[in-house]
Design a protein around this ligand. Structure first.
Ligand SMILES: NC(=O)C1=CN([C@@H]2O[C@H](COP(=O)(O)OP(=O)(O)OC[C@H]3O[C@@H](n4cnc5c(N)ncnc54)[C@H](OP(=O)(O)O)[C@@H]3O)[C@@H](O)[C@H]2O)C=CC1
Ligand SMILES: CCCCC/C=C\CC(=O)/C=C/C=C/C=C/[C@@H](O)CCCC(=O)O
Length: 306
């Protein structure tokens, strides 16, 4: 018997989520039966999608949705031995009984010195989103200029690094000076703090006077309209997220983008990571290889430094 703690959403969110919308509950879980495993959460994620998805995919009283990295602590399923780790959509729970459905084992080649928390970040759902947005939606090509907002976030920070690997100029916007410093360290070419620049239009123009071939949109809202005006003709926009609108109780209205899209002949496509589920295993391997490469370079630099 193990005692599981879990957070339920007691009330649908109205505006910004409040502590009182959640309740911590406890239950006793039985021993696993044949084919089952008992999981213990190691890392939980809190992702922006939870806010809009909770409205359509959850009822009040449901366990809060979410992905976790979990350790198998008891097993009656040979596919998941005790001590191994999996990624699981168990939600916000400390312990979960599972029959193995939907569990993804951590890649066997995962290096010991890379935190398993990255399975919820750069080598997980956010990293996959970055790859599909860049390759399958934008079709980003060497030498192009890409703009990404919420650039220091889980998705944006990977977007910028992959675009650099692909030989592009990368411009990022973020909401603090510390994030600006971080993104420069990651290799972004131009970064600005959108909260302090005064004019977003001027900041975009200064960062890339010739405009933008591609825009990886994470934020939405009225700032997007200003970005569209800075796109090059035939520019492409991947609409990945709209985080600035998720807590709105009333939908925002205008400005409307159609005329500028027509004049510049822009292409805009929304997407959900789930479209490319069949490619996840291969893409996760590529992301892991990139992370290993970056860690190796950091160690080389540290070696030189010391
Ligand atoms: N389409 C898909 O399949 C997927 C889409 N997404 C989307 O990608 C976007 C980024 O996700 P992810 O990188 O995981 O997010 P993170 O939680 O890592 O980062 C979110 C960042 O967004 C910025 N932000 C800008 N405006 C707001 C606002 N009004 N309220 C709160 N935050 C704001 C903040 O950074 P700052 O300080 O710089 O403003 C914040 O830190 C989201 O819109 C998400 O929904 C994510 C995964 C899959
Ligand atoms: C239903 C309204 C959707 C509006 C668009 C919102 C956000 C875009 C976005 O952030 C999408 C993220 C998708 C994430 C998918 C995650 C799955 O791999 C795991 C789901 C976990 C769970 O259900 O427990």
């Amino acid at each position: 018997m193990v005692q599981a703690k879990f957070w339920v959403m007691t009330k649908h969110f109205d505006g910004f989520p409040k502590n009182s919308d959640f309740e911590l509950k406890v239950e006793e879980l039985p021993e696993p039966k044949d084919g089952e495993v008992l999981l213990e959460a190691v890392f939980l994620s809190v992702d922006p999608y939870m806010r809009p998805f909770s409205r359509v995919s959850m009822k009040e009283g449901d366990v809060m949705i979410g992905t976790q990295v979990a350790k198998v602590i008891q097993s009656k399923n040979p596919a998941f031995p005790v001590g191994s780790h999996v990624v699981s959509d168990s939600g916000w729970r400390t312990h979960t009984l599972s029959d193995g459905t939907g569990l993804t084992p951590i890649l066997p080649e995962w290096p010991k010195d890379v935190s398993l928390s990255l399975a919820l970040g750069a080598i997980g759902m956010p990293g996959l989103t970055a790859v599909y947005g860049i390759e399958d939606v934008l079709g980003l090509k060497e030498g192009e200029t890409l703009l990404v907002n919420a650039a220091a976030g889980a998705v944006g920070s990977v977007v910028g690094q992959i675009a650099k690997i692909k030989g592009c100029k990368v411009v990022g916007s973020a909401g603090s000076d510390a994030k600006v410093v971080f993104l420069k360290e990651l290799g972004f070419d131009e970064v600005f703090n959108y909260k302090t620049v005064g004019s977003l239009e001027e900041a975009l123009r200064k960062a890339s006077p010739e405009g933008y071939d591609c825009f990886f949109e994470n934020v939405g809202g009225s700032s997007s309209f200003i970005v569209l005006q800075q796109m090059k003709n035939f520019g492409r926009i991947a609409v990945c997220g709209s985080i600035s609108t998720y807590n709105d109780s009333e939908p925002q209205t205008g400005p409307y983008p159609y005329v500028i899209m027509i004049i510049k002949e822009l292409k805009m496509e929304g997407f959900l990571i789930t479209r490319w589920q069949h490619k996840h295993p291969e893409t996760l391997r590529r992301l892991l290889a990139w992370v290993k490469e970056v860690s190796y370079l950091v160690f080389m630099m540290l070696d030189d430094f010391l």
